[in-house]
Ligand binder design. Sequence first.
Ligand code: ZN
Ligand code: ZN
Ligand code: ZN
Length: 146
Amino acid sequence: MTEADDKAAVSRSFPCPDCKKPLRRIEGKMGPFWGCSGFPECRRTLNDVEGKPSEKVDEHYRCPICTRRMVRAAPEKGDYWFCSGFSRGCKITLKDHNGRPEPAFRCPSCGQLLAKRKGKNGEFWGCSGYPDCSSSFNDLDGKPDL
Ligand SMILES: [Zn+2]
Ligand SMILES: [Zn+2]
Ligand SMILES: [Zn+2]
């Protein structure tokens, strides 16, 4: 790489919030993220949000199991989102909720998704691993009371 290429790469990049060295986009096992080029001196990492480093987690658009990006299915296939890790064995799909994947929560005992169910005493969250896993949680403002 020439010095000019190097400068071009740096001007397109984002500085580390800690040490101001450029951040690098890294394809991790759990999806892309940004790490500091000053590694290992600086171990700062940031989440990848729409291709840019951010401290925010766009959790509505992430697979709740493997944290890869959720992708909206083609309209003719229906109103749902699927995990971009599909070809790598993650079969998670989430219903569409006003243009976003429906929030999903993991069972703290077995790591599978919780599903909202209707019971005699109102709505609750049961583990999708039922009957192998019988965890269930009360509903608290649309979220499981973990
Ligand atoms: Zn840094
Ligand atoms: Zn996934
Ligand atoms: Zn479970």
